[in-house]
Ligand binder design. Structure first.
Ligand code: ADP
Ligand code: MG
Length: 253
């Protein structure tokens, strides 16, 4: 089991969440695309709380607005109405520049298609968020190599993405997402391009390194094999959260 933080003993998966402490609070979120007759309202008033210490799964039909909701939470997308409080700050009250900085320092992202830069080595890809934060190139790459060791790729640091397997590329992407120690990790179908065993390993890694008492993870998925890794599951249907419930799992000792 890979562990970055010595918390792998939390494998019992009983929700570690402190339900008094909200990491992400969404209220009345509305978002439409298009104008006039072609307007489509994708999010029709989303209310959602995500707590520190939990891994929340977000499920729902394709085209239902899951990626749109993640993008709003990440501050990448302007919303039409509602309130978004992320890690104690109101996103809508921030200037665009402040929001970009906030995102770079406090959030990490993992995508279905990994989104690595093909001309850069694994270590250089992981270094990018640090370079953006102003860390010097040498130090950023050195720290990138250390991060790759923590995600089990210490022997692949100088490889280009095309010479890595899908599972390995997603590990690089996880390293890149976590290198600035974000409190909020947002994953959009992180296992969709991976086979079963690789998807399993990637979810273990996301759970073990991303979820801690002072952090939280949101994973969009429609891969039922991923469900066991969540603490709670929220279902998005027809622009609304229609259900949210804890995930039952068998006790493992
Ligand atoms: N930038 C955009 N412009 C116009 N329509 C969009 C845009 N982004 C998403 N949509 C539409 O919003 C709906 C929800 O998309 P999305 O959030 O990607 O769904 P999901 O991730 O649940 O599959 C879809 O109908 C999609 O076509
Ligand atoms: Mg999507």
């Amino acid at each position: 089991m890979t562990s970055m933080d010595g918390h792998s003993h939390r494998q019992d998966q009983s929700p570690a969440a402190d339900h008094s402490s909200v990491a992400v609070q969404v209220r009345g979120l509305v978002k439409s695309f298009g104008t006039g007759e072609t307007t489509v309202t994708v999010l029709k008033g989303i209310d959602l709380d995500v707590y520190f210490g939990e891994l929340l799964l977000l499920v729902g039909e394709s085209g239902g607005g899951k990626t749109t909701l993640l993008s709003a939470i990440a501050g990448i997308l302007d919303i039409d109405a509602g309130e978004l409080e992320v890690l104690g700050s109101s996103l809508s009250k921030m200037s665009a520049g402040t929001r970009t900085r906030f995102r770079g320092q406090r959030m990490g992202f993992i995508y279905q298609q990994f989104n690595l830069l093909p001309a850069l080595t694994a270590a250089e890809n992981v270094a990018i968020p640090m370079l953006i934060q102003g860390v010097g190139r040498k130090e950023a790459i050195a720290r990138g190599r250390l991060m790759l060791e923590r995600v089990g790729l210490g022997d692949r640091t100088e490889f280009l993405p095309r010479n890595l397997s899908g599972g390995q590329q997603q590990r690089v992407a996880i390293g890149r997402a976590l290198v600035n120690e974000p409190q909020l990790l947002v994953c959009d179908e992180p296992t969709a391009a991976l086979d079963g065993p690789n998807g399993q390993k990637i979810m273990e890694l996301i759970r073990d390194v991303g979820r801690a008492p002072d952090r939280c993870v949101i994973v969009v998925t429609h891969d039922s094999r991923v469900f066991q890794f969540g603490d709670r599951m929220a279902e998005l249907t027809d622009g609304r959260i229609v259900g949210i419930h804890p995930i039952q799992r068998e006790a493992t000792v």
